[in-house]
Design a protein around this ligand. Sequence first.
Ligand SMILES: C[S@@+](CC[C@H](N)C(=O)[O-])C[C@H]1O[C@@H](n2cnc3c(N)ncnc32)[C@H](O)[C@@H]1O
Length: 399
Amino acid sequence: MKSQEKFKDLKKPEVFRFIEDNLNTPVPKLILSGSPFKSIDVKHLVNQIVGKKKAIKKLPTWFKHQEIIYPPKLNLEQTSSEITANHKSKSISGTRLIDLTGGFGVDDYYFSKRITELTYTELNSDLFEIARHNFKILSLENVQSHHVDSIAYLRQVHFKYDWIYVDPSRRTKSKKVFMLKDSLPNVLENKDLLRDKSKNLMIKTSPMYDIEMGYKELSGIKELHIVSVKNEVKELLWIIDWRTVNSRTIKLYNYDSHRRYSFQKMDHDKLQSHLVSRSKYENYLYEFNSSIMKSGLFDHFAAKYGLGKLEKNTNLYTSNILISSFPGKIFEIQSVDSINFKNLKKEYKGTYVNIISKNIKISTENLRKKLNCKTGGDTDYLIFAKTTEGHRLIKAKKL
Ligand SMILES: C[S@@+](CC[C@H](N)C(=O)[O-])C[C@H]1O[C@@H](n2cnc3c(N)ncnc32)[C@H](O)[C@@H]1O
């Protein structure tokens, strides 16, 4: 069935009402009851309900509109969240932008506010139909949507876009990939075309993509953004201006759930060679946020903040006085001891405590099992780490 036909029946007011009314109905119950609409299979209704529920946190603007249509869960997982889409749009300005991998159109919703004309392209006909419908519901007036292979489309364009945006698909035949050479469209094979047809290019890659590989594979990099939400790296953004010779400016963002963020910038070319000193634990202990960890620049930041490091390969830092501007978790050390699991088990069995394992061979989960405790609670931490004196248990309170 053609995609346009497929979604026709879903677009009826009574169907949207049913979806809204059943957001909290358990899926097995929905399936057992069957579809109340003759022309719609119950699995399509369930898909809409599941999608809308996922949108509550990830896509609140979409969730607010009753007539939005959602794609299957897998496609929804591949979309940007509103927080990261909004972040990307802040680097964009000009007249024309083309998105080579439109998908559900989340990034484009935000780009459209920063650009005069936006071209959305998408290969998957269902996703294309869904995004086109949703753009209408979201009142986007400056978007042209094309159901095409974006690379073929780009080849026949006779001008340069101010921006090309590409968020290559990282799923091939249900396998997850994270290298640019395995993602679609293949940005590396089409480098010359992208350069010919754009003044600026923004590429989104997986958080797993190796930064050094990025600097080798790509050219014209003006900035790399490492974007985390709630201390989890969500995307690497390679911002390319073809007039630039690769610059090593790395910008690190860490958003909380309210779009507030902490920000650090590091110019790799100007990095000083001073390295962090090894230090015995002092009063405070620090763990950098995920963006800084991904950048690999943790020791340089530590030197900047005047911190000591617990051990060469233990990414925990310490200081005598509190550095409250530290970008990451801050702990107050309460005690440091050698590790005695027998005693610890007696003390923590059945209680709630947070566990961190750093540079020792036992995982957090195995430590939890060994202690027979539950993980969680507010501020109490047991930190198992290799220090300059050997393996230690640091009891600490998170500030
Ligand atoms: C990771 S998703 C993009 C998600 C999008 N940025 C969002 O926030 O909703 C990648 C999309 O690129 C599409 N795609 C892959 N190769 C394409 C091509 N050559 N032309 C057009 N679309 C393509 C896939 O079908 C998929 O929907």
